[in-house]
Design a protein around this ligand. Structure first.
Ligand SMILES: *Cc1c(COP(=O)(O)O)cnc(C)c1O
Length: 328
């Protein structure tokens, strides 16, 4: 039986994810002890957890409805989305092909090592820009089809109107868990996470911190948010900070390393150097410039990504320096 068309969801995670207060981190940032809460979307359950699980419930649901036997997706070598697509494929009993930017790595660390454990096939696409990575994925999907399989292309970062629906659901959880929520802060990569939150909570209650993964994050987020909510979402209405990108996607910055150390040492909370560290660095900057104020309830979305720390040589070097007391 082949069903097509409408959006479907396949269960992959553990819901709702918890929220917990972060009083020591709040105080260190200059907020009141009860002002800052963490939404633990690092605890989504599947494959080490992280925000991609919510989006995969929708994109994989659609793929299965279309009879898919192979999931094909794209990403960087340390892509959390690639790792979680591999985990979703294992859970759902379908093969996974990961088309990764770059060349074969001499050492498989972090997410890449987990891709191997999870049984995904990795195809290295070379050092090519995003659009070419997508063409390469389409080519591989075509090869699957010629061999009699049914491929489904899962979009970059799992972000599409369909994938973003998973984050509208997260917004609904937050409404129930913290009704007085003023601002939820999230890292922005491929945009679906912020888009779903905006669709549910409104643009004024979501602060996105760009990580430099896409060229025009505001347009990307607004397009997905409008698709989910059915309402226009002008890019200029979004609260989007672009001051934490630094030298570019996945490059470690001083404020991000400070954020990693601060979260770890005040709350025992482990962030990653690409996304959640930027989100906290952006939150800290927003407290400094008045975008976030004491006395209002702020939520930091912990979107996962810890495996990426173990595949990030610069961050590991800083952690080692801290171990030797050279960084505090
Ligand atoms: C992908 C990712 C994000 C960004 O989410 P998008 O929906 O791609 O914008 C944030 N945090 C982590 C840990 C991620 O892996």
């Amino acid at each position: 039986m082949r069903r097509t068309g409408t959006d479907r969801r396949v269960p992959l995670g553990c819901w709702p994810t918890p929220v917990e207060p972060a009083p020591r981190l709040a105080r260190a940032l200059g907020l009141g002890a009860d002002d800052l809460w963490i939404k633990r979307d690092d605890l989504t359950g599947l494959g080490g957890g992280g925000n991609k699980v919510r989006k995969l419930e929708w994109t994989c649901g659609q793929a299965l409805a279309e009879g898919a036997t192979v999931l094909v997706t794209t990403g960087a070598a340390q892509s959390n989305h690639a790792r979680l697509t591999a985990a979703a494929g294992a859970r759902l009993g379908v093969d996974v092909v990961l088309v990764l930017a770059g060349t074969p790595q001499s050492e498989a660390t972090g997410n890449l090592a987990l891709d191997g454990l999870l049984g995904a096939t990795v195809v290295w696409a070379g050092d090519i820009p995003g659009p070419e990575l997508v063409s390469k994925a389409s080519e591989l999907a075509e090869q699957v089809r010629r061999r009699g399989g049914v491929p489904a292309l899962i979009p970059f970062g799992g972000s599409s109107v369909s994938g973003a629906r998973g984050y509208a659901e997260c917004g609904r959880e937050l409404r129930t868990q913290l009704p007085e929520l003023r601002t939820v802060v999230t890292a922005v990569g491929s945009g679906g996470t912020m888009a779903g939150l905006v669709a549910e909570l409104g643009a004024e209650r979501v602060l996105g911190v760009d990580c430099g993964a896409v060229r025009d994050p505001a347009r990307t987020v607004s397009r997905f948010a409008a698709g989910v909510s059915g309402q226009p979402c002008p890019p200029e209405d979004l609260r989007l900070r672009r001051d934490q990108v630094g030298d570019g996607y996945s490059r470690l910055t001083g404020p991000v390393m400070d954020a990693l150390l601060l979260a770890a040492r005040t709350e025992g909370l482990l962030l990653d150097p690409v996304y959640t560290g930027r989100a906290l660095a952006g939150l800290a900057a927003a407290v400094r410039d008045g975008g976030i104020v004491a006395g209002e309830r702020t939520v930091l979305l912990h979107s996962g990504g810890l495996p990426g720390l173990f595949g990030h040589p610069a961050a590991l070097k800083q952690a080692e320096a801290a171990l030797h007391g050279e960084r505090s």
